[in-house]
Design a protein around this ligand. Structure first.
Ligand SMILES: N=CN[C@@H](CCC(=O)O)C(=O)O
Ligand SMILES: [Zn+2]
Length: 387
């Protein structure tokens, strides 16, 4: 088995409990895993040697919220929004029409292109949701495509009620035959708990059906207004509640005293002109947060985790270290992959060799030089996949 020594690391962010940041460090990769971490001067020999000349190295980004299985374009809707129109969940139907009309090959091609685009910017772990099919056939096709392209898949049949469907019948479909059909491909169940989509009781029904089928739980909530989604996510012990733009002090408190991660989506907030989620208040209260792109054609058409990290620092009041944590280890927590043999989002001996080199001496440059392409190289499971 070939081993690779990455040496000359100016700043190594491990996100490991033992040694968070090292200077003048080295890492050895072998068989897709980290075999050794320590000072460059004590590094063992390896078959191959890569000197990164004082650059910063950190775990690959963990993007836990994307909707990359879709067809079509909604740039006109975006432009109208930038001219003052408010975002409403109804735009989803345009993507549903295009997605239903697309072939599996077309859906796979788009999702794979976006995955590669993300990877070139340092993303080594990607979640993808269904939710633009909204009928049994297209949700199943979407789940299959997502499972081919992504590391973890979420069933979002409860995105909105399709226009041609009766509400009760659709919920029965989502919690019954549709759930059964997608089950082989998915890991989590989700619902869009928002005005214009599903209410708290309907969302609870969907999540409980998913739980009974053995799925993990996550929830879209409090994106467009105050409501009961966060309380529901905490009540059910969801791994994550995503968006969280409108939180009451009680919501913040509930998250802080739970294991549910608040996944914040700053690129979406900019694209919908919604207020940013109260990241500072969440952290100060003791809640766990993650950052994700929410890559989708309606509200957040970006695959760039560096953009999300920079925005979180520059506009949401996070320190650089907090934002990088939220996009790596915090994100791993949001998909239940913080610990164990399949853990991601941190660099530790025995763990997955998912890491990136920045064209910069420090992670601070991610926000210090916003908008600049700083990803120099990426390794995923020990294989150099970019740079
Ligand atoms: N909020 C719900 N769903 C997606 C966007 C859906 C769309 O407008 O296409 C989101 O996470 O923002
Ligand atoms: Zn979403």
């Amino acid at each position: 088995m070939t081993s690779e020594l990455i040496t000359g690391i100016g700043e190594l962010t491990t996100q490991d409990d033992d040694h968070a940041r090292l200077t003048d460090a080295a890492v050895v990769l072998e068989a897709g895993r980290i075999a050794w971490i320590g000072p460059a001067s004590r590094a063992p020999a390896a078959d191959r040697r890569t000197d990164v000349a004082g650059r910063a190295v950190l775990p690959g980004w963990v993007d836990t919220h994307t909707h990359v299985v879709f067809a079509g374009d909604r740039s006109a809707e975006f432009e109208a929004r930038m001219a003052g129109q408010r975002y409403a969940a109804g735009g989803i139907h345009a993507t549903v029409r295009a997605t239903r009309a697309a072939t599996d090959a077309e859906l796979t091609a788009t999702a794979s292109t976006l995955r590669r685009e993300a990877q070139a910017q340092g993303t080594t772990f990607l979640e993808a949701k269904t939710g633009y099919g909204l009928d049994l056939e297209t949700e199943t096709r979407s789940a299959r495509v997502a499972a081919e392209v992504a590391d973890v898949v979420t069933f979002l049949g409860a995105h909105v009620v399709p226009p041609d469907a009766d509400r009760r019948d659709y919920l029965d479909l989502v919690t019954g035959p549709m759930l059964t059909a997608v089950r082989p491909y998915v890991d989590f169940v989700d619902a869009f708990c928002e005005r214009g989509a599903f209410d708290v009781d309907e969302s609870r029904e969907v999540l409980l059906a998913g739980r009974a089928a053995g799925l993990g739980l996550r929830l879209h909530g409090n994106q467009l207004g105050f409501g009961g989604a966060v309380a529901l996510a905490v009540e059910l012990g969801c791994a994550s509640v995503d968006h969280c733009n409108y939180l009451t002090p009680a919501d913040v408190e509930a998250l802080a005293s739970s294991s549910t991660v608040a996944t914040l989506l700053p690129a979406c907030d900019l694209s919908t002109r919604e207020p940013f989620a109260p990241a500072r208040a969440l952290l100060d209260a003791g809640a766990s947060i993650a950052l994700a792109t929410n890559c989708n054609p309606g509200t957040s058409y970006t695959t760039s985790m560096p953009f999300c990290v920079a925005t979180a620092v520059l506009q949401m009041g996070l320190t650089v270290a907090e934002a990088v944590w939220a996009a790596t280890r915090g994100a791993a927590r949001a998909v239940g992959r913080e610990h164990g043999p399949d853990a991601v989002g941190s660099l530790r001996v025995g763990g997955r060799a998912d890491l990136q080199v920045l064209a910069a001496p420090s992670v601070a440059h991610l926000a210090y030089r916003p908008g600049v392409a700083l990803t120099a190289a990426v390794w995923r499971q020990g294989i150099r996949v970019s740079g």
